[in-house]
Design a protein around this ligand. Structure first.
Ligand SMILES: C[S@@+](CC[C@H](N)C(=O)[O-])C[C@H]1O[C@@H](n2cnc3c(N)ncnc32)[C@H](O)[C@@H]1O
Ligand code: SF4
Length: 409
């Protein structure tokens, strides 16, 4: 089988007549695209308050969806998984996280640098049709799950249209959203109609004043309303993401676990990760083992659950409780070996690792008029450069990367 590099050099030979494409290609191959930032001020980094309720999204009933022969063949391992999305360690990337915006209506301390971020000019962000073109291509290659994230994805005015169009992609089994929950209660009926089938809601404190301190904005009750609405509308489990930080919210672990007694929630405790501008330090990180020990003092019979191979969360349940608890242990016990994720930033860069700073601009390749085959060669080359594992939390904390808000978690 051709290696990623040889596939790329073949492509390069065929395009030596196109100077623009050649330049782009060499940049992509080297993986060192520069990210252009605008000089947008913090004040400009405000809500995109478009009304996203005007979608004509069709109703979707997943039970009516039949498996295509392509899907069946793939599931039965008769068709090999795309070479472009398989890396040198055999990891098959069937999960794509797409950031829909760099903007947010909150300013979480662990995500958004205190001085804000310079926003990319709108013309350099992926348009609706570019988002869908890329999604279509990845799904054709075997991506089965797309998560929309950001910034805050639910402030993007076309989010309902994007979901409704994604729903039409044969082979895409799951459309998920990670949201801060601020607009969720209002939008959820339409999101569900459009085809959203999985929701993660971020909530770091059950104490309103502390919530406001962490996210530097008001809105606790809106988030709770969003969580309740998701439960009421039948999402099960509703995943609640809680970034645990020492001195801030680690004293609330037991209260979060207690929430799972009556509600079908999966509370996911996330180890605090270092990103540009978030002032991470080791002492503020509460490790999985420490959290587990603390929870076990209250519930010694906490049961470990079986999880799928590519699941990132280690999940547990208190016997008799309706919901469950998960831990995302990216720092103390990484899961790089089974990583199946790729990310596309709002400005169209493909990131093969959350903690790696190598990026390739798919936006520029798309806008150069490249064909799907050419795009795939560039995606394949980037996937081929993916490292076996991240560099470890101390090295990551010293490395240049984007702030989380500009990546999309
Ligand atoms: C960047 S946010 C984007 C989606 C949405 N705005 C939200 O907050 O859910 C995605 C997820 O990343 C998590 N996150 C952000 N910064 C983090 C950090 N430094 N360490 C761990 N998780 C982080 C957030 O808690 C959230 O669950
Ligand atoms: S974690 Fe989500 S809600 Fe908080 S600042 Fe980042 S993008 Fe916004």
């Amino acid at each position: 089988m051709a290696t990623h590099a040889s596939m790329c050099y073949r492509l390069f030979d065929r395009h030596t007549s196109s100077t623009h494409f050649r330049k782009l290609f060499v940049q992509c191959l080297n993986g060192n695209i520069q990210r252009p930032y605008s000089g947008a001020t913090h004040k400009e980094n405000e809500l995109e308050l478009g009304d996203s309720t005007a979608s004509s999204a069709p109703n979707f009933d997943s039970s009516l969806k039949t498996r295509s022969s392509q899907e069946r063949l793939r599931e039965e391992s008769i068709l090999p998984f795309s070479a472009f999305l398989t890396d040198n360690f055999g990891r098959r990337h069937s999960y794509l996280r797409m950031s829909l915006t760099e903007k947010c209506n909150l300013r979480c301390q662990y995500c958004m640098p205190e001085d804000g971020v310079k926003l990319t000019p709108r013309s350099q962000l992926l348009s609706t049709s570019e988002v869908l073109t890329l999604a279509r291509l990845f799904v054709q290659e075997g991506v089965e799950k797309i998560r929309l994230t950001g910034g805050e994805p639910l402030i993007r005015p076309d989010v309902l249209d994007i979901i409704a169009e994604l729903r039409k992609l044969e082979g895409l089994k799951t459309i998920a959203v990670t949201t801060n929950g601020m607009n969720l209660a209002r939008l959820l009926p339409k999101l569900k109609d459009a085809g959203l089938n999985l929701i993660n809601i971020s909530l770091d404190s059950l104490v309103p004043a502390k919530f406001e301190f962490i996210v530097r904005r008001k809105g606790f009750h809106k988030v709770i309303e969003g969580i309740d609405k998701a439960i009421e509308m039948g999402y099960n489990p509703v995943k609640v993401n809680c970034v645990v930080m020492r001195g801030l919210n680690e004293d609330e672990l037991l209260d979060f676990v207690a929430l799972t007694e009556k509600k079908p929630l999966e509370v996911r405790f996330i180890e605090y990760m270092p990103f540009d501008g978030n002032k991470w330090n080791f002492k503020k990180m509460v490790s999985y083992q420490e959290m587990l020990d603390h929870i076990r003092q209250q519930w010694p019979n906490l049961e470990k659950l079986q999880t799928g191979q590519t699941e990132t969360a280690k999940t547990f349940k208190v016997p008799g409780f309706k919901g469950q608890v998960g831990f995302i242990t990216s720092m103390s016990d990484h899961f790089c070996g089974s990583c199946n994720r790729l990310r596309i930033t709002a400005d169209g860069n493909l990131k093969v690792c959350l903690f790696g700073n190598s990026e390739v601009s798919l936006r520029d390749v798309l806008r150069s008029g490249a064909s799907n085959e050419e795009l795939l060669q560039i995606i394949g080359a980037a996937v081929g450069r993916k490292k076996k594992q991240h560099a470890g939390m101390f090295s990551i904390s010293q490395m240049k990367n984007r702030p989380m808000i500009l990546i999309g978690g």
